[in-house]
Design a protein around this ligand. Structure first.
Ligand code: MF3
Ligand code: CO
Length: 247
């Protein structure tokens, strides 16, 4: 069942979304050459707690950290560790936190130092792909239209869309119904006012194929080329949408 949020729940999700933005800013400030991804995770944990929130990923199906940090050819679910960020890396920070039981989910991909031009463009176009997709969101839109827009935009730029992972409903659970794929899956489920969804294009410079790393968590591109990710938590309204996690 797809949940429709009450006005009270929407207010709490707005709050969660604001805290997500503040924590993301704090992490962003600390992304620089030489910093370990573990250090960024510690900063995430402390800042989440400072705002009275909980890190949704920590312990989720055994995930060992508060935030997913995925570098370069890692698509999602990178595990923070002793690796240092280096010049030319792209760094995806996928942050989910809850405030009074309501989750907010957002991802930003940051550029560090001298990133090759085509990778820079991939990151920027992945952000733009999100905006292409979100543009069609309103009461009554079929969910597949979001993915259709994202896919069209990505293919126009000769990128590949990751199909093995999808966006999702969000609320009292981090992952709720419905699935929100980044391609046209042919489903006829429609958005309704009061639904909240995470739209999260994952776009590859090379081919769409991915595999799971030996750590059983991290998803990487098969061809080793970079992948970018951009995500926001979005409320569906009568006339459009409200992005709860900022831009
Ligand atoms: N935003 C990620 C997702 O939707 C959060 C994963 S948390 C983890 O898959 F614990 F599963 F890594
Ligand atoms: Co998500």
């Amino acid at each position: 069942m797809i949940s429709i949020k009450s006005p009270r729940e929407i207010e709490l999700m707005r709050e969660a979304g604001k805290y997500n933005q503040l924590v993301m800013q704090e992490i962003a400030k600390n992304i620089q050459i030489g910093v370990t991804t573990k250090r960024l995770d510690e900063i995430a944990y402390k800042t989440i707690k400072k705002y009275g929130c909980e890190p949704s990923c920590l312990g989720y199906e055994g995930f060992p950290a508060s935030v997913c940090i995925s570098l370069n050819d890692e698509v999602v679910h990178g595990i923070p560790g002793n690796r240092k960020i280096k010049d030319g890396d792209i760094v995806s920070v996928d942050l989910v936190l809850s405030y009074r039981g309501y989750h907010a989910d957002a991802t930003r991909t940051f550029l560090v130092g001298n990133v090759p031009q085509e990778t820079k463009e991939l990151v920027e176009n992945t952000r733009l792909a999100f905006y292409e997709g979100v543009k069609v969101v309103k009461n009554g839109t079929r969910i597949r239209e979001i993915g259709a827009k994202i896919e069209k935009f990505a293919h126009h730029h000769n990128y590949a869309v990751v199909e093995d992972l999808v966006g999702h409903g969000i609320g009292t659970d981090m992952h709720e119904e419905p699935d929100v794929p980044n391609y046209d899956d042919g489903s006829n489920i429609r958005l309704k006012t009061g639904m909240v969804i995470a739209i999260e294009p994952m776009i590859n410079l090379g081919k769409k194929d991915v595999y799971v790393d030996d750590n059983d968590w991290t998803i990487k591109t098969w061809d080793g080329l970079p992948s970018a990710h951009y995500e926001n938590t979005v409320l569906v309204t009568d006339t459009g949408y409200e992005i709860l996690t900022g831009d």
